[in-house]
Design a protein around this ligand. Structure first.
Ligand code: MG
Length: 380
């Protein structure tokens, strides 16, 4: 595969290397080794029991963080191959990008962030993609000679999608672009947008399956309407499952085609020839056309107001927040560490490392009667 790489792709032979030097892997590239290390990590396996939108016990068919990460990798790898980028690096970044998510998805992250900031006014708070980097750099303990997974620079910079100017100086070289400008590799830019493509569509799918989203409303969306008209011609409304899959499949395909075409044009227009040229830009080269971008924006705001803020989803996320607040308080009181900074970060690591069900179990141990979780809501 690497024989077919474009000059602007990341080449494992020219990696900026690992923090701890290691012998070159045998029979696989450095980026393949990174992907394999992510798959074997504990944090990766825990994603199976972490929320995407629906808390993991709400139904067996809903996406979890694990299936989300696999879908992101699938979308990104398909595009990566067409753009002649490095598929292994693309895949490694995608599989690792959500390792730092707390239990209960964004509700858990927000609650943990509030806890840290409340107890320490100077705290940088909690942000899942910085936590993903912390996991692969420090928290995994699997190797004899180092903590973390000792991944290549290119994989680490792809994991660090965002970073504030306050946090960046603490993270070293991997974060300098947040201070001095510039872009990460095309593979990292692609992983970022593949994340959006994957969650917009699988959340739409889960939203329709759960009955929380109204099909008629979806029909009016710019990104969906054309495909829905096509499907209606050949399929009655009785086969909802097949109908929804077909529509969503076609929506994903047209976004992928648009992204490939626009990105190839961006690369040409920007005179990007090598992977170093990519880094000198300040505006992402992996983008949708402006027309497609309008549809994506509309779809995102629809999902936000109709699904993420749906009363049923919100009632679960409110309970999730209570769990995180309570656990933080208990663990803070139990710890006798004198160094507040260190203590708060340790507690955040501990809570972020829990799965939905282990957080619920721990909470029930300390507060046996406080929360009554609804029984499984959906059976599909
Ligand atoms: Mg994600």
């Amino acid at each position: 595969m690497s024989n077919n790489l474009a000059k602007y792709a990341s080449n494992p032979a020219y990696t900026r290397g690992r923090v701890y030097s290691e012998l070159e892997p045998r029979g696989r590239s450095n980026f393949q080794r990174d992907r394999d290390r992510v798959i074997h990590s504990e944090a990766f396996r825990k994603l199976m029991y972490k929320t995407q939108v629906f808390i993991s016990h709400e139904g067996d068919l809903f996406r979890t963080r694990l299936t989300h990460s696999i879908e992101v990798a699938q979308v990104a790898r398909a595009i990566s191959r067409r753009l002649k980028l490095n598929e292994d690096l693309t895949e490694a970044i995608c599989l690792a990008h959500d390792l730092g998510h707390t239990p209960f998805g964004h509700a858990g992250q927000n609650a943990l962030n509030k806890c840290l900031r409340k107890l320490d006014k100077k705290s940088c708070g909690f942000e899942h993609n910085i936590q993903s980097l912390r996991i692969v750099d420090n928290l995994e303990q699997r190797y004899l000679n180092f903590d973390g997974l000792n991944l290549c620079f290119e994989t680490r910079e792809g994991i660090l999608k965002h970073c504030s100017k306050v946090v960046a100086p603490k993270l070293g070289k991997v974060a300098t672009r947040f201070l001095n400008g510039g872009l990460p590799s095309l593979e990292a830019q692609l992983a970022n947008i593949a994340d959006e493509i994957a969650y917009n569509h699988h959340d739409l799918d889960d939203g329709l399956r759960s009955g929380l989203l109204d099909f008629e409303e979806v029909s009016n969306l710019r990104a969906a309407s054309k495909h829905i008209k096509e499907i209606k011609k050949c399929l009655g409304s009785e086969d909802k499952k097949r109908r929804n899959s077909e529509i969503i499949r076609r929506m994903i395909n047209s976004q992928i085609e648009d992204l490939i075409q626009t990105t190839n044009q961006n690369i040409k227009d920007s005179f990007v020839l090598t992977h170093n040229d990519v880094r000198r830009h300040n505006k992402s080269l992996v983008t949708f056309s402006s027309e497609m971008q309008k549809g994506v924006k509309e779809l995102k705001s629809f999902l936000f107001s109709r699904l993420y803020k749906h009363p049923i989803v919100s009632s679960m996320t409110d309970l999730a927040e209570v769990v995180i607040f309570d656990l933080f308080e208990v663990l803070f009181e139990e710890s006798n560490n004198k160094n507040t900074d260190f203590k708060l970060r340790k507690i955040a690591d501990l809570i972020a490392g829990m799965t939905d069900r282990s957080a619920i179990k721990h909470h029930a141990k300390y507060f046996p009667d406080k929360i009554e979780w609804p029984k499984q809501l959906y059976f599909f």
